[in-house]
Design a protein around this ligand. Structure first.
Ligand code: NAP
Length: 244
């Protein structure tokens, strides 16, 4: 019998991460549903998956905290015997011009998006099993570079840089490292605080003339995590309906 494959999905209590956890569980992975504050949502998702006969466990860990990230990997290894896939989905976005960005929101975005990705990549580099897959989360704003996305885009550009470097550093280990870069996707992160007319305008920017759904992004992650994505390495996959 093939060994059970195990995936950690950071920030999977809500939004894109929750869709990724559902999709990878349906594809046969045991999934660790990581969250920072939304315990009830994470536990509910884990229970739903268990009831569907999937393997799942919710684990609290703030990805910006290196000790918490080590404990997250420890919990996965203890319960499921190892880790094969890391999906570095946890992230936050604060919209503000560079001139109006305060220190606290700069530090939070760097701590969660950049340091958080680094913390999990460092553990994954040491602990992923042979044949492992790492899928980071960038954003299509790295290509679009619109006003008010300066700090957020900078953290995601840094994630893209680490994606390429780590892919090379893992030579010989049979582990791929890629990033998915979504465009506007219908989650709290994108929708909160935006007036309806702005949401409608942004949803028409891509030639496919709609917002991405979390399941669209989960499908791209599932491709990179699954058998068909095995020859893709060190790449940034923009999943955005053609917006850029
Ligand atoms: P979301 O709906 O706001 O969900 C964010 C998730 O991240 C939640 O599950 C949240 O869990 C978790 N999280 C936040 N801070 C965390 C921390 N410190 N430690 C662990 N988990 C944490 O966001 P989303 O739209 O799904 O975004 C997912 C990823 O896609 C992010 O990396 C984002 O930058 C990227 N992205 C999104 C879009 C878009 O349009 N939505 C576009 C491009 C890229 P808690 O509630 O428990 O804190």
């Amino acid at each position: 019998m093939n060994q059970q494959k195990v995936a950690i999905v950071t920030g999977s209590s809500r939004g894109i991460g929750a869709a990724v956890a559902q999709r990878l569980a349906a594809d046969g992975f045991a999934v660790i549903i990581n969250y920072s504050g939304s315990a009830a949502a994470a536990e509910t998702l884990a229970q739903q998956l268990l009831q569907q006969g999937r393997q799942a466990m919710a684990v609290q860990a703030d990805v910006s905290d290196p000790a918490a990230v080590r404990a997250l990997f420890d919990a996965a290894e203890r319960t499921f015997g190892g880790v094969d896939v890391l999906v570095n989905n946890a992230g936050i976005m604060v919209n503000a011009s560079i001139g109006e960005t305060d220190d606290a929101s700069f530090d939070r975005q760097v701590a969660i998006n950049l340091k958080g990705s680094f913390n999990t990549l460092r553990e994954a580099a040491k602990r992923l099993r042979n044949g492992g897959r790492i899928i980071n989360f960038s954003s299509s704003v790295v290509g679009m570079l619109q006003p008010t996305y300066g700090v957020y885009a900078a953290t995601k550009a840094a994630v893209e840089a680490m994606t390429s470097v780590l892919a090379k550093e893992l030579r010989g280990k049979n582990i791929t490292v890629n990033a998915v870069a979504p465009g506007p996707t219908a989650t709290d992160l994108f929708l909160n605080g935006k007036p309806q007319e702005l949401v409608e305008r942004l949803s028409k920017l891509a030639p496919l003339e709609r917002l991405g759904q979390p399941q669209d992004i989960a499908a791209a992650v599932a491709f990179l995590a699954g058998a068909d994505g095995g020859w893709i390495n060190g790449q940034i996959l923009r999943a955005n309906g053609g917006i850029i």
